[in-house]
Design a protein around this ligand. Structure first.
Ligand SMILES: [Zn+2]
Length: 341
């Protein structure tokens, strides 16, 4: 028994010595053969610094869904904007390999071709907010093969600038000239009220301003159609889905085709690495923090139980996936890339 154990140990020692020796030889050869100057001379091909057009397509039953990237990656969200125990938040960010001082976000919108209608849910910033790393949705819509005038219906989850800004051009014209715009009446009343704007803090003024600017040309054209019923049936296969708290009328939209369901959930999650494992963490942008947290906790459970496909404006692009219960929180399972939608 003892001899059998000793032999492999001896072999192991010898092979470790051999590996070290080979390693040293390779290092010596590389040092001689690759001086610094030669390294530079070989880098003849410049970095391309561009990405493929930022859209992603998948089928939902008979419908074609196109996720459209508006932008992101600007590190605009800071950990102190999150509402919860700061030590816990920092720890979750670190576990997710996210820099707590520079949380890189995503902004996306979703185009659904139902066969008889072209429906856009949320429009990105349109360049009205957040700087030049955002506002690319219109360019990506074009890259995906569609034109703005083909859009029949625009559904807005809520009137924050990163969702509704893209409705209007910089000179205040309709970007989607043939579209009717639907948004919950509670959100429309809140963000378009001059009274409410007057009472709001300075930091929030930009949201009121962009909401007014984005809606104005559609109101003038009679194309602004708020709905009062939180569960409004937009069409026989699109239903409004109230997820209140983030804003007074914050609404998801549920699309169903051939038994497959997708919920476009708006701003249920801003920082996935924190709010998925810990759904009770809120964010400073929530108009009613406790309601937003309750809505998220309830919704996560329902979506994970049902296996519903989620389209999340601030989930990592292409922002499509499902939730699975994971301990006390949830895990995000992104859709699997396919080049054959
Ligand atoms: Zn948002």
């Amino acid at each position: 028994m003892t001899g059998e154990i000793q032999r492999p140990l001896e072999l192991k020692r010898r092979s470790n010595r051999t590996v070290r020796l080979i390693g040293a030889c390779i290092a010596a050869i590389v040092a001689v053969a690759t001086p610094g100057s030669e390294f530079t001379a070989r880098a003849e091909a410049p970095f391309q610094k561009t990405q493929s057009p930022s859209y992603y397509r998948m089928k939902l039953g008979d419908f074609e869904v196109t996720a459209l990237y508006d932008g992101g990656g600007n590190g605009a969200i800071k950990s102190e904007m999150l509402r919860g125990k700061s030590k816990e938040i920092t720890s979750l960010l670190q576990q997710g390999f996210v820099d707590p001082d520079k949380i890189e976000g995503t902004v996306a919108g979703f185009l659904v071709n139902t066969g008889d209608k072209l429906v856009l849910v949320d429009t990105g910033t349109g360049g009205h907010w957040g700087g030049p790393s955002l506002g690319k949705l219109a360019a990506n819509l074009a890259a995906s093969g569609y034109r703005p005038e083909q859009v029949d219906l625009v559904l807005i989850t809520h009137l924050h600038a990163d969702h509704a800004g893209g409705l209007a051009s910089m000179d205040g014209k309709r970007v989607f000239p043939n579209a009717e715009v639907r948004v919950s009446k509670a959100d429309s009343d809140f963000w378009l009220s001059e009274e409410t704007a007057k009472k709001a803090p300075k930091d929030a003024q930009v949201f009121f301003e962009v909401a007014r600017l984005a809606s104005a040309p559609y109101i003038a054209a009679g194309k602004w159609k708020p709905f009062g019923n939180p569960n409004e049936a937009i069409t026989p296969y699109i239903k409004a889905y109230p997820i209140l708290g983030h804003t007074p009328g914050h609404s998801g939209y549920e699309f169903t085709s051939r038994g497959q369901t997708m919920l476009i959930w708006g701003d249920v999650v801003h920082v996935p690495s924190v709010q998925l494992p810990k759904p009770s963490v809120g964010i400073v942008f929530d108009v009613d923090g406790p309601s937003a947290i309750k809505a998220r906790e309830d919704l996560f459970k329902t979506l994970a139980d049902r296996g519903t496909i989620v389209a999340g404006a601030h989930m990592p692009f292409p922002s499509l996936g499902r939730l699975r219960k994971n301990g006390v929180g949830y895990a995000w399972l992104p859709v699997t890339y396919s080049d054959n939608p």
